[in-house]
Design a protein. Structure first.
Length: 234
């Protein structure tokens, strides 16, 4: 499952649980979270906007400005109007973890996000391959990139590496022009258990593959997959 890192705001009275109504919050606790860890970055003081039977537009504007860089805000409760204002600036209101512990709630939420992202990415790549069948030379290119990912020398972003891994998985059964089953067996073994010996073998095979595949072919492959939208998952 590919991971994601997001910034999240939490409305809390004491910093332990998601315990504050959005309209009553006087501060938001700002976290950076992945599916395996979360880290408190800061607290941001705000003026609460709910004033009994009426609300302060100025205070609401200040709250929106304060948390606009967050992916979501966790609250114990929120009305429809504020929810719509948050959605309008791209901040997702989250109330299903009301009164639960902050850390476990954030981890659970980001784990779900990561799984949804992984599922969407896998579906996107599968559809992309159906619409853009790779010729044998480009199957070799995808295989060579997979070797480079596994030997630790690939300079792509982690997100792009996950796209390329999915692309390799989608085309590894297709016929390559130069690279054969021995390479695919090595990749499979390395993904099962990567040790120094296998990493060295990966490196040797990757260097050999890159000498076999001409630079124009590899460059054309990389240009094609970017221009044709392999990495364009909204």
């Amino acid at each position: 499952m590919s991971d994601v890192t997001v910034r999240l705001a939490v409305a809390s009275k004491e910093g332990l649980a998601i315990s504050e109504h959005f309209g009553h919050a006087k501060r938001f606790w700002i976290y950076e979270a992945t599916s395996v860890q979360c880290r408190l970055l800061e607290q941001r003081e705000v003026e609460h906007y709910c004033l009994g039977n009426h609300s302060s537009k100025t205070a609401m504007a200040g709250i929106l400005e304060s948390i606009k860089d967050c992916y979501a805000v966790f609250i114990a409760k929120i009305g429809d109007g504020p929810s719509e204002k948050l959605e309008a600036i791209g901040v997702h209101p989250v109330s299903q973890y009301a009164y639960e512990a902050i850390e476990s709630s954030l981890l659970a939420y980001v784990s779900q996000l990561a799984q949804e992202r992984a599922d969407m990415k896998a579906q996107h790549v599968a559809q992309w391959v159906q619409g853009h069948p790779l010729k044998p030379a480009h199957v070799d290119c995808a295989t060579a990139v997979m070797l480079k990912i596994l030997d630790g020398k690939c300079k792509m972003t982690e997100d792009d590496k996950s796209f390329m891994t999915l692309l390799y998985d989608a085309v590894k059964q297709c016929q390559g022009a130069l690279l054969g089953d021995d390479i695919h067996h090595l990749i499979a073994d390395a993904r099962d258990r990567l040790n120094d010996e296998r990493r060295n073998s990966l490196y040797e095979k990757r260097v050999l593959a890159e000498t076999m595949i001409s630079r124009p072919v590899m460059k054309g492959f990389k240009t094609m997959i970017r221009e044709q939208g392999l990495f364009d998952l909204l």
